[in-house]
Design a protein. Structure first.
Length: 159
């Protein structure tokens, strides 16, 4: 069953500096997280993908910068970074979006491509009223201020 690595750091007042989720594409088990000389972090984990592996785990290293962003290859295909968590799914009249970056836009479209919502989000808990949405399948897209697609989630509205 796929899961995520969760990494975070606190500032000098013990407030969260960042909390990021990585993965969701395979099973990950973190073994250690080290502070590196450049102010970043190195996570050592095991990775298992039931679709491509039998009974073996891969050793997996994830290098993060001081802000918790993945460093290294520009074309990262393993262990994608999540910028938010959307709950519940399936949903009824409200969605809760916990955003881990400062600002972003949320675009929700139905399966025909019709936009049901376009909302500004800020870091932390964002509650979205979806009472006017008919039941069905939707796609939530999180878009950066530079119009870069950061994350897409399939959502189901139950009426």
């Amino acid at each position: 069953m796929p899961n995520w690595l969760i990494a975070g750091a606190l500032d000098s007042t013990l407030q969260p500096y960042f909390i990021n989720y990585y993965g969701g594409d395979a099973y990950y088990h973190a073994n250690s997280m080290l502070l590196t000389s450049d102010g970043g972090y190195l996570i050592l984990a095991d990775r298992y993908d039931k679709n491509t592996q039998d009974d073996e785990y891969d050793v997996f290293f994830l290098k993060l910068d001081k802000d918790g962003l993945i460093t290294g290859s520009e074309h990262q295909t393993l262990c994608p970074q999540k910028v938010c968590v959307i709950n519940p799914n399936p949903f009824n009249d409200n969605l809760q979006i916990d955003l881990f970056i400062e600002k972003a836009r949320l675009s929700i479209t139905d399966v025909s491509g019709r936009e049901a919502a376009n909302i500004s989000l800020s870091k932390g808990n964002n509650k979205i009223n979806t009472i006017s949405f008919p039941g069905g399948i939707y796609f939530a897209r999180i878009i950066s201020n530079k119009q870069q697609m950061l994350q897409t989630e399939k959502l189901i509205k139950i009426k």
